[in-house]
Design a protein around this ligand. Structure first.
Ligand code: SAH
Length: 236
């Protein structure tokens, strides 16, 4: 993942700081900056962080936004509202894609505003973009930590860190293996008088469609070949 600093500006409730740290750690983000928090450190923040109190301990606490943005060359403000002087606005998915397209040494800051009033115009003046989570227009504002969660989740997905699939021991059957299987199947169906070689109709084609949908692996084809062999032996 690209380095992304989450900046919480002038947060009122320490519980939200803790919950934001937890959301960040869940998604693999580590860099938290707190600009002039109203109450921090606090037992409430630590409690809400659960096992993410290491992020709180490492959080950078600054008096001004300027200090929190040090070294950041891309600054994005998270906002629930459309602003009077609009900045280019992205949804979290496009925001994450933009972050992922930056040169590797780019440090990005994403700013989250106060619970009651969001980010001020002066703070927005420092942003290149806004990120806005699409919501119900009649009730657009998420809890601060919930907004951090959604944005961080998209950063994780965009970095290709979705669910890791359990490793598959088997490989799909090859075209040659499928042809050998179909030949074996056809011979068997003729031998048991299910398929009339003189009037085959579309039977083999329909069976091919069925097995193509299933896309068997090497092990499954071995099982099917074993069944056909057993039928052949019983008839012999
Ligand atoms: N009443 C405030 C809402 C603040 S919610 C206002 O009108 O701006 C606290 C912070 O959470 C916001 O400043 C923003 O950073 C983030 N946030 C909440 N809802 C959001 C949304 N729909 N999209 C993007 N950020 C959001």
């Amino acid at each position: 993942m690209r380095p992304v600093r989450i900046v919480l500006v002038n947060t009122s409730h320490p519980g939200n700081i803790g919950a934001a740290a937890r959301a960040m750690k869940n998604m693999g983000l580590t860099e938290l900056s707190l600009v002039d928090p109203q109450l921090f450190p606090s037992a409430e923040a630590t409690a809400r962080a659960s096992g993410a109190d290491d992020l709180l301990a490492a959080a950078d606490c600054t008096a001004t936004l300027e200090q929190a943005l040090e070294g950041c060359s891309l600054v994005i403000g998270a906002s629930a509202r459309n602003r009077t002087l609009p900045l280019p606005t992205l949804d979290p998915r496009d925001c994450a894609a933009l972050v992922g397209r930056q040169p590797p040494d780019t440090r990005t800051a994403i700013l989250f505003g106060r619970e009651r009033t969001g980010l001020s115009n002066d703070e927005l003046d420092r942003c290149h973009y806004l990120v806005q989570i699409p919501t119900n227009p009649d009730y657009p504002s998420l809890n601060l930590a919930a907004a951090v969660q959604v944005v961080a989740y998209e950063l994780r997905m965009a970095a290709g860190l979705s669910l890791s699939q359990p490793e598959n021991k088997h490989r799909y059957a090859t075209a040659e293996e499928m042809e050998l299987f179909y030949r074996h199947l056809e011979e068997t169906l003729i031998a048991i008088d299910f398929l009339d070689a003189d009037n085959p109709r579309q039977l083999m084609r329909r069976l091919r469609r069925l097995f193509a949908r299933a896309r068997p692996n090497d092990n499954e084809i071995n099982i099917l070949r074993g069944v056909l062999t057993a039928i052949g032996q019983r008839r012999a």
